[in-house]
Design a protein around this ligand. Structure first.
Ligand code: KIV
Ligand code: NA
Length: 278
């Protein structure tokens, strides 16, 4: 299978073929992205919530991100491997951002990094690009800022806020971002920004169907949980249903001694057994 490059993503954008991106947090999910030919595997900092049980992505450390990135990298080879820079790892200075992004590339196997933010991260994007680390930008809803935003809310719903998302996207493209995630914005704005950008593909999550690609969190998409579901999530699988079925069935079979069956057990010849007993 051919390696997915930035040039290939730009080709997909040009011919209008939607880019597929999924998150992965461990070896088996990385392998699934690999074997089904996903274009971009993202080690998202949603890792904090869906795998590690933190209540916010802001709790995730760079070392935790590195640990999971290495596991994903061992399974996901052909897709472009992008890794979220954890909260605080690309501030206070651009040199901290360089040092930490270099660790994700060198120690983790990341091929690009993703950074949340608008005009305030333009310098970081330019600096990382200049040292040779491709940057995926992320605008609209910024989960790392949920406290300042007073929750996980749709962005760009009034003219002024829509303009600010657009201006951020244009400035981030200018700074060298190779792609831009648009999270939780009106579909008209997702379409408009996608048309206004000159080369960077847009990857939408809650930004309508006309972005250059789509991304979803693995656990949302697979139905690992049956709790709150954001409007933009579609469940393509029912992992929770399968897990419930499996655990219940196992417990019942152990308790009624139908597991293990003779076919699942080992035998000794009667001869040897009699010798053993005597
Ligand atoms: O952390 C994450 O999973 C993400 C994607 C959903 C874009 O940032
Ligand atoms: Na993220």
């Amino acid at each position: 299978r051919k390696k997915v490059t930035i040039q290939h993503l730009q080709h997909l954008r040009k011919i209008g073929q939607p880019i597929t991106m999924l998150t992965a947090y461990d070896f088996p999910t990385g392998r699934a992205c690999e074997s089904h030919h996903i274009d971009i595997t993202l080690v998202g900092d949603s890792l904090a919530q869906v795998c590690l049980g933190y209540d916010s992505t802001t709790r995730l450390s760079l070392d935790e991100m590195l640990h999971h990135t290495r596991a994903v990298a061992r399974g996901s080879k052909a897709p472009l491997l992008v890794v979220d820079m954890p909260f605080g790892s690309y501030s206070p200075s651009t040199e901290d951002a360089v040092r930490n992004a270099v660790r994700l590339v060198r120690e983790g196997g990341a091929e690009g990094v993703k950074i949340e933010g608008g005009l305030e991260v333009v310098d970081v994007v330019r600096r990382l690009t200049s040292v040779g680390i491709p940057v995926m930008a992320h605008v609209g809803l910024l989960p790392q800022r949920h406290t300042i935003l007073s929750g996980y809310k749709v962005q760009g719903r009034d003219a002024q806020s829509a303009l600010s998302v657009l201006q951020s996207a244009l400035a981030l493209e200018d700074a060298g971002a190779f792609a831009i995630v648009l999270e939780a914005i009106p579909q008209a704005l997702g379409t408009y920004i996608t048309r206004r950008l000159r080369y960077a593909p847009t990857i939408g999550i809650g930004a309508g169907s006309q972005t250059n690609g789509q991304v979803l969190v693995w656990d949302d998409m697979m139905g690992t949980w049956h709790g709150h579901k954001a409007k933009f999530v579609r469940r393509f699988g029912d992992v929770k249903g399968e897990v419930d079925k499996g655990v219940k069935g196992y417990m019942q079979a152990v308790r009624d001694r139908s597991f293990p069956a003779p076919a699942e057990s080992y035998d000794i010849t009667p001869d040897e057994w009699n010798k053993f007993l005597s």
